[in-house]
Write a protein that binds this ligand. Structure first.
Ligand code: ADP
Ligand code: ZN
Ligand code: ZN
Length: 747
């Protein structure tokens, strides 16, 4: 028998495959996971090629240790997707493919257990009758177990046993009494009966516009990118649900992928999917996001990989899930910057969604009230089909009236404001409270105050590790650096001059929360931001309080602005929006417009008239006027014209080389060398290379950061040059880290 070799992708910065001898019994195949020795460790890799020869000298070749034959090989399409992402984002294949797998799968010792048929408990009729009386009154943990069993048809054994230390023994006991049965679910069968979907009579009647959108998506059987441009509250979710229903009806094995920008939006969607597709078998709807426990993440990944999961709902990382029967992709709020991964492989999940749909020849729906200018431009050129929802879906609901509160004018006229809350806003908040309606106050800054300073000597509290001020956090009684996490107690006096009158300047959500409590007496104020929701599941609990009407005023950051379908909010107040108007980042106004449109869209969704109040010093700014007219189209047209004149994306393509050094000089010197090398590459003359510059916040965690911007009118030419640059970059020394970022969002 002739020798067999395999080329394996490993999670390693070298962009090569690694050769191994293969002398195990099972037939090797591309896409199979293997355990191989690497240096002194054992690592998990993926076979990319099976071959009869290797250029590595025989004595240096090592052999594959083990093969994960319980897991079907990753499909050709999936490997092609990983290869595309690696190539496009200038990484090695292994650096993309392996981190895309759940952690548990990258640990060979867990393979057998992961793919063992899953066990679950089912509550039997005898148990349903006997259990409530059989439990002692104080056995609350056991009661929870009984409730969990009663709540769903089956409960995963692993989950059940995790509920209580004695759960295992108790379940054994209940099993012997004939109250529960232990069953195994066969996870490996992809075949699922076509679901009897919910009775159409129970569904809301689609508006004419929704119906047209659904029809267009359902009729598409090839690659078809749709841009679903729907104003806030126009019922985009309903369009997705109908498109999914159409697909699941037509194809008993088809899978769909639905992406949302934020973990906090998954419960709302998950609930909608579970209600609408209640007839789907257990495990047919799964979520994928970084908030899942490791075991659950692995289970859901496997469900997707085996085809048991029909709908996968996830955040950006789900775009790299293995979905052998993928037939439809939905990207909700496609404009959201959260789709861009900001570390490691800096991919855009939205852009990969387009690639994946094209590769598979399937429809992809990008939904937004404020599409990214990149996507809008594609639609303008006819590359994406535009589907428009111009009206709110609920018959009586109209878009909210936008009012600008001119802060200069308020000041000139001597009208009182309360710590940054203008008179008109406070009056409007009080009115809502009297009428029993909810309000939302939005400001994109968490903490109490962004600056703590001394009037006497000019001292400002800064981070010792970063070139940034630290933020005052009052409830936590600390100063915190939002860049590196450094934390200290709040000084009682100025450390430089001893002055005891050090004062917070500016305001964040905590301070507004405090002010609201006194400015609107009797209001129940709730703050939702990254600080108030640090514990797992707490965001969900807080949002439930809002939906249940237990909150009068919700104050928060962009966490409260996105996608939530608040039924009783009729007033939205916006503070501090002006800061983004004059940013040096050319995308700042696009982002601000989208954010304000999103947050405004939370008002008046159920039919009560909604109102938005924006406090500003620039009431004549064009952005606010477009917002007041709800005129995304006009805003997009004028902003695109500016971008075209200024030669900015989407009219040119950009990439960054970022470098991190012990000193700024080291980072800049590295970039200068890199630029010099770049100039010698073939095709470099088509690319504009700008001077290396420090980042706005140059030092983070004692590391100095700088970047080099490259720009080109042709995506292909830029890609070619970047690829040719890589080997030379790897030769350069002098910095701690460097990375190329393609299509950067923050420049
Ligand atoms: P969007 O995501 O476009 O902002 P949603 O999908 O959250 O909007 O829908 C807004 C509200 O309209 C929801 O409460 C939803 O239940 C309701 N809705 C959607 N479609 C219809 C319809 N055809 N008839 C009545 N209500 C609808
Ligand atoms: Zn001082
Ligand atoms: Zn810091």
């Amino acid at each position: 028998m002739s020798a067999v070799f395999v080329r394996v992708a490993l999670d390693h910065p070298l962009p090569t495959l690694f050769d191994y001898r293969y002398d195990l019994a099972p037939e090797p195949a591309p896409g199979l996971l293997v355990r191989v020795p690497f240096g002194r460790r054992d690592v998990v890799g993926m076979i990319c090629e099976v071959t009869g020869r290797s250029d590595v000298p025989a004595e240096k070749l090592r052999a594959v240790d083990a093969i994960c034959d319980v897991c079907a090989p990753l499909a050709d399409e999936w490997r092609a997707l990983a290869a595309f992402a690696a190539d496009y984002y200038q990484r090695g294949l292994g650096e993309v493919a392996l981190p895309a797998l759940p952690q548990a799968l990258r640990d060979a010792s867990r393979w057998a257990r992961l793919f063992a048929p899953e066990e679950c408990y089912r509550l039997l009729a005898a148990g349903r009758a006997a259990l409530p009386d059989a439990l002692p009154a104080r056995a609350s943990a056991l009661r929870r177990l009984a409730e969990a069993l009663a709540a769903q048809p089956t409960l995963a054994a692993a989950d059940a046993r995790a509920l209580h230390p004695k759960a295992s023994a108790t379940l054994d006991d209940w099993q012997s009494k004939g109250w529960v049965a232990l069953e195994t679910v066969d996870d490996t069968t992809g075949a699922v009966q076509p679901p009897a979907l919910t009775d159409d009579a129970l569904l809301p009647r689609l508006t004419h516009e929704q119906q047209e959108a659904v029809d267009a998506i359902t009729a598409a059987h090839r690659f078809a990118p749709f841009l679903l441009h729907g104003v806030t509250g126009s019922g985009k979710t309903e369009v997705y649900l109908h498109a999914l229903a159409g697909l699941l009806h037509a194809r008993p094995d088809a899978q769909a992928l639905v992406l949302v920008p934020e973990i906090n939006l998954t419960p709302q969607f998950e609930a909608a999917f579970r209600t609408r597709f209640a007839a789907l078998p257990d495990g047919a709807i799964v979520t994928m996001h970084s908030g899942l426990a490791e075991g659950e993440r692995a289970r859901n990944w496997i469900a997707a990989h085996t085809g048991r999961a029909r709908i996968v709902l996830g955040t950006r990382l789900a775009i790299l899930a293995s979905l052998p029967k993928l037939s439809l992709i939905v990207v909700d709020e496609e404009h959201d910057p959260a789709y861009k991964q900001q570390e490691g492989l800096r991919y855009s999940a939205r852009d990969l969604a387009i690639y994946r749909a094209k590769q598979l020849g399937i429809p992809v729906v990008l939904g937004s009230a404020t599409p990214s200018l990149e996507s809008w431009w594609q639609a303008e050129q006819g590359r994406y089909t535009r589907l428009s929802l111009t009206r709110r879906a609920v018959a009586e609901a109209v878009l909210p009236a936008v009012k600008l509160v001119d802060l200069e004018e308020e000041h000139r006229r001597g009208r009182a404001s309360i710590d940054g809350l203008s008179g008109p806003l406070v009056a409007a908040l009080k009115g809502r409270l009297e009428r029993g309606e909810q309000s939302l106050v939005f400001l994109n800054r968490r903490g109490y105050a962004p600056i703590l300073s001394c009037d006497a000597c000019g001292w400002v509290a800064g981070c010792p590790r970063c070139s940034a001020y630290v933020v005052l956090h009052k409830p936590e009684r600390s100063l915190r650096c939002h860049h590196c996490g450094w934390e200290s107690r709040i000084p009682k006096s100025c450390p430089d001059c001893g002055n005891v009158d050090i004062a917070p300047m500016g305001r964040g959500t905590q301070r507004v929360e405090e002010t609201l409590a006194s400015a609107v007496p009797g209001a129940r104020v709730l703050r939702i931001d990254a600080d108030s929701t640090r514990r797992k599941g707490s965001a969900q609990a807080l949002f439930s309080d809002v939906h249940a009407g237990e909150v009068d005023i919700l104050v928060g950051t962009q966490m409260i602005a996105k996608g939530h379908d608040f039924q009783r909010v009729t007033l939205v107040g916006v503070l501090n929006a002006d800061t983004a108007l004059f940013s040096h980042d050319f995308r700042a106004s696009e982002r601000l417009f989208a954010q304000l449109m999103q947050v405004s869209g939370r008002a008046g969704r159920s039919g009560l008239p909604g109102e938005v109040m924006i406090q500003t010093r620039y009431p004549r700014h064009a952005l606010y006027h477009a917002l007041g007219r709800h005129d995304y189209v006009g805003f997009a047209r004028s902003t695109l014209a500016e971008r075209r004149d200024a030669h900015l994306p989407p009219f040119v393509y950009q990439a960054l080389l970022r470098a991190e050094g012990r000193t700024l000089e080291a980072a800049l010197a590295f970039l200068a060398q890199a630029a010099a090398v770049f100039a010698t590459l073939p095709g470099a003359d088509r690319v504009t290379v700008y001077d290396a510059v420090p980042l706005t916040i140059v030092k983070v965690f004692n590391v100095h950061r700088a970047q080099l911007l490259l720009e080109c009118a042709s995506r292909a030419a830029l890609q070619t040059a970047l690829r040719a640059w890589q080997p030379a970059l790897r030769e350069l020394r002098g910095v701690l880290r460097w990375a190329v970022e393609v299509d950067p969002l923050d420049i």
